[in-house]
Design a protein around this ligand. Structure first.
Ligand code: ADP
Ligand code: ZN
Length: 721
């Protein structure tokens, strides 16, 4: 028999499949397994994708070794990979590498893949009557009583060794799963009338491939609806996938699912070790769990018989993978929904403009939870114009925010402060000559981190100690511009000396478990104030928080991107929603230099629907999604001139080949020109429908296949322009 084997090579071709000969004894069940094959003068690892007939004039080499006992890719996953490769024009091998845990990727060595325990038992065929030594007799009688014992549980190691040597006792290994120690919270709820109606509507369509958009303000009880639907799916003997934006950021939601579904659930954390991830993956593959909860890549969970796919916080940008394969989780969900005939639920308090538009047009079925479960009104929000505050000499905190913080501290209630930038100051500059400290590899300013005394590049990780002298004019009065989380924490401690302040950002949560610790400590009241980046905005539930302060509501508005208004609205809405979630009423304060911007005004009123209407006008006027599709062509080169020249050629090539209705913008410089010593350019395509798109882009890829001086990447429906 002949099979096509997909291998990873340096050649930037979309499809590196080669035909090999598989002898009779390995043919059985070989599709989806990893194999070793000879390739030019090397031996490489690859995936067996399909049977094939031998092309004429081709001498196929033999497969050297089959690595797996069981296929790592099933038929559905193999098809999904092909679908992704066609849809995103990315190399097929990347799609499979993205689906699998590290231990099962091709060419990735992971130690201790399977964890085993060693047990001992009596050999039933040997006579034990001639054993005379007391300690050995004890072991034998122990083993007679307990059929299988852990080797480590037997105290007298030397006697055991003797018995094993004589063959009286045999040892054997048994595979176990690593315990990922997921916390559980248990809570019995009876669904409200509204929740019940929505849940029944979804349950009625189990078995049908369709999409629901579930819109509901934070705290309206979406999660309980998901749980109720999943229970029904399990009753029907089917499985469920639940996706959450970033699982380590949402431990509370995971704990609720774990509390209900216990050992029927597999959890795919981003902070799992390779071994833990591999164990969870095997539980899923062996059909030992019914529910999988995880971030983006959990959409590839090799479940059989899927009954529902839930994408919570569907607006989250984490559902788009930002490196090859640049896939959109929803595309994969839809593909699987068609294969399994199951519904997809998209849930959010701030759906993407595209999703809400699709629901309005009837492409999605629209569901709405109108109230918070506890009927608590949403927090009262005040907008503070920082232009006035600056005049009063308040650079960071407005008087209103300071007064409110003081009030809450007196009442022993908690406060959350959002500042969407980590580090101490945004950048360091010389007031004399205007010199700005920049990363030598990237076209980006260095952020000062006071805790470590370093200036760091948030793009490539470059770091150097803070300089006290301007390298240009030798001025010694270096200024720190802008504030990050470290600075806010420091300033707030200076004003409220008795307050206990904790900080949550990428710097304080890099160690395993540190994120959870901050959340638990804050929840238990060990701190009064939590300062953090957007990390604090998502999915957290702290009953005693009654004040949320947004230090700089504009930070996400000023980023040049057609989604910046949407991002701002959604971030503000989410963080405001953290206030007053339990019995006490909540409040929020947004400090801004743009108090009249519609994103800020509508967010302060919790008015998603009017925000949507307003934003759609902007999208229509400027011709942005959902009024068109966008594909981004990223061009990068170490050589600036070469890069820009190729970018011009590419733009010309596209103009000559694409439909005249497609607009081709650029080449232009990407949002950051230089990253890691590569110069970045881009061409933007906007189109409603272009029949020539795929052929043209495929041809473009072919043209640059062997060219290592420039790198071309395609990004369909990009989130960053
Ligand atoms: P969302 O996911 O929309 O933010 P949740 O499902 O997390 O909302 O619900 C918010 C809070 O209300 C949670 O603490 C949840 O346990 C509680 N809750 C939800 N539904 C009910 C219900 N029917 N009865 C009692 N409490 C509920
Ligand atoms: Zn850098």
């Amino acid at each position: 028999m002949y099979v096509n084997v997909l291998i990873e090579t340096k050649v930037k071709s979309n499809n590196m499949m080669f035909t090999y000969h598989a002898s009779k004894d390995v043919c059985d069940n070989i599709i989806g397994k990893r194999v070793l094959v000879p390739f030019s003068s090397r031996i490489v690892e690859g995936f067996v994708i399909e049977f094939t007939s031998l092309p004429t004039n081709y001498e196929a080499k033999d497969i050297l070794k089959v690595i797996d006992d069981e296929p790592v890719l099933n038929e559905e996953l193999i098809n999904i990979g092909k679908y992704m490769s066609d849809k995103y024009l990315c190399p097929l091998i990347y799609t499979y590498q993205a689906m699998l845990p590290k231990a099962l990727k091709a060419n990735h060595k992971v130690n201790d893949k399977v964890k085993t325990l060693t047990y001992v038992k009596l050999n039933p065929f040997l006579d034990v009557s001639n054993v005379k030594i007391k300690s050995q007799i004890e072991i034998i009688s122990l083993l007679k009583k307990n059929k299988n014992l852990l080797k480590s549980d037997i105290k007298s190691k030397s006697s055991l060794k003797k018995l094993i040597e004589k063959g009286i006792v045999t040892e054997y290994k048994k595979e176990i799963y690593r315990d990922i120690n997921a916390t559980e919270t248990k809570k019995e709820v009876i669904l409200t009338k509204e929740q019940n109606e929505i849940s029944s509507r979804i349950k009625q369509s189990l078995g049908i491939s369709k999409v629901y958009l579930l819109y509901g303000v934070t705290g309206s009880g979406k999660t309980e609806v998901y749980i109720d639907v999943v229970k029904k799916v399990i009753e029907q003997g089917k499985t469920s996938i639940i996706l959450v934006p970033e699982i380590s950021l949402t431990p509370q939601i995971t704990a609720r699912f774990k509390g209900v579904f216990k050992d029927k659930i597999a959890i795919l954390h981003s902070s799992l070790s390779d071994g833990e991830r591999y164990d969870e993956f095997r539980k899923i593959k062996r059909g030992e769990v019914k529910v999988v909860i995880g971030a983006r890549s959990a959409i590839f969970a090799p479940l059989k018989n899927i009954g529902i796919i839930i994408i919570d916080e569907e607006h989250s940008e984490s559902y788009k993978q930002e490196n090859n394969p640049r896939y959109n989780t929803l595309d994969i969900a839809l593909k699987r929904s068609k294969t399994h005939n199951c519904p997809v639920i998209l849930g959010s308090a701030t759906p993407t403009i595209e999703s809400f538009a699709r629901a309005k047009k009837g492409y999605y079925n629209y569901l709405e939870l109108c109230q918070r479960v506890n009927k608590k009104p949403l927090p009262k929000v005040e907008i503070v114009d920082m232009k006035n505050e600056i005049r009063k000499g308040n650079k960071i905190f407005s008087s209103l925010l300071i007064n409110k913080i003081e009030d809450r501290l007196n009442k022993k209630e908690q406060i959350m402060l959002l500042i969407n930038r980590r580090g101490y100051s945004n950048y360091l500059t010389c007031p004399n000559c205007g010199y700005v400290f920049k990363c030598p590899n990237c076209d980006i300013t260095l952020t000062y981190h006071k805790t470590s005394g370093m200036m760091r590049c948030h793009y490539c990780g470059y770091a150097e100690y803070k300089k006290s002298v301007c390298p240009n004019c030798k001025e010694t009065d270096i200024r720190q511009i802008g504030s990050g989380t470290e600075k806010i924490q420091e300033e707030i401690k200076e004003i409220f000396t008795d307050a206990k302040v904790v900080r949550m950002d990428a710097d304080t949560t890099s160690k395993k478990g540190s994120h959870n610790k901050i959340i638990n400590d804050f929840n238990e009241g060990k701190y009064d104030i939590l300062v953090g980046t957007q990390m604090i905005a998502k999915g957290l539930n702290f009953p005693n928080v009654t004040l949320v302060g947004v230090i700089n509501g504009d930070s996400s508005l000023n980023i040049p991107n057609f989604r910046s208004s949407e991002r701002t609205f959604s971030l503000l809405d989410q963080v405001i929603g953290r206030s007053g979630r339990a019995l006490k009423a909540g409040e929020a304060i947004i400090q801004t230099y743009n108090p009249d911007h519609y994103s800020i005004v509508f967010a302060s009123k919790h008015d998603y629907k009017n925000f949507f209407v307003r934003e759609m006008l902007v999208r229509k006027k400027l011709n942005y999604p959902p009024y068109c599709f966008i594909t981004l062509i990223k061009i990068s080169s170490k050589d600036f001139n070469y890069g820009i020249n190729e970018a011009k050629k590419i733009s010309m090539f596209l103009k000559n080949n694409l439909s005249s209705k497609t607009s081709i913008l650029g080449p232009s410089i990407a949002s950051v020109l230089k990253i890691n010593n590569n110069y970045n350019f881009q061409v933007i395509l906007k189109y409603k429908k272009d029949d020539k798109l795929y052929d043209t882009l495929n041809e473009l890829i072919k043209i640059y296949e062997g060219n290592y001086k420039v790198k071309i990447e395609l990004d369909f429906d990009p989130i960053n322009l």
